[in-house]
Design a protein around this ligand. Structure first.
Ligand code: AMP
Ligand code: ZN
Length: 142
């Protein structure tokens, strides 16, 4: 679903109806300061058009937004002096998506900071990785 959704907070920011501290604003995308930062300098990059999740987005629209990501990461790093950055994109409630309009978080990281997540790396039974890879490949466009 593209265009705008009048109920959506990020569409309303894109339309200028809700204030935001903007960092990037072009025809396809917007970046602004996150109002509830996980660390100081936490920013969000969003498409202007309303797509709920990344899988809904046409590649060209996603590309037009994501081209800003390297510069945004560099600017956040330089401005905050952080030691590292997480780029996080949540899709769906189960993945902690609260605002149903695609957004990429750029989160400054420092040794001993408050943000943490569990990374329960597992392993595959013999043959399972290749089997899954084949299934995923079969759903990729040519
Ligand atoms: P998520 O959990 O991935 O959906 O993240 C949504 C993010 O949007 C959170 O980090 C919020 O702090 C942020 N957010 C919500 N409303 C606003 C707003 N009006 N301006 C800036 N950031 C916002
Ligand atoms: Zn929206």
């Amino acid at each position: 679903m593209a265009e705008t959704n009048t109920e959506c907070i990020f569409c309303r920011i894109a339309a200028g109806e809700i204030p935001a501290e903007r960092l990037v604003a072009d025809e396809a995308s917007l970046a602004f300061m996150d109002i509830g930062p996980l660390a100081e300098g936490h920013v969000l990059l969003v498409p202007r058009e309303h797509y709920e999740t990344l899988d809904d987005m046409p590649a060209e629209t996603a590309g037009a937004m994501l081209r800003h990501l390297p510069a945004l990461v560099r600017a956040v790093q330089t401005a905050t002096g952080c030691q590292g950055v997480n780029v996080l994109q949540n899709n769906g409630r189960v993945a902690h998506q609260v605002v149903p309009h695609v957004h990429f978080h750029v989160i400054p990281r420092d040794e001993g900071d408050a943000f943490a997540f569990n990374w329960p790396a597992g392993s595959y039974a013999e043959g399972r990785m290749a089997e899954l890879a084949e299934q995923i490949r079969s759903h990729m466009p040519e």
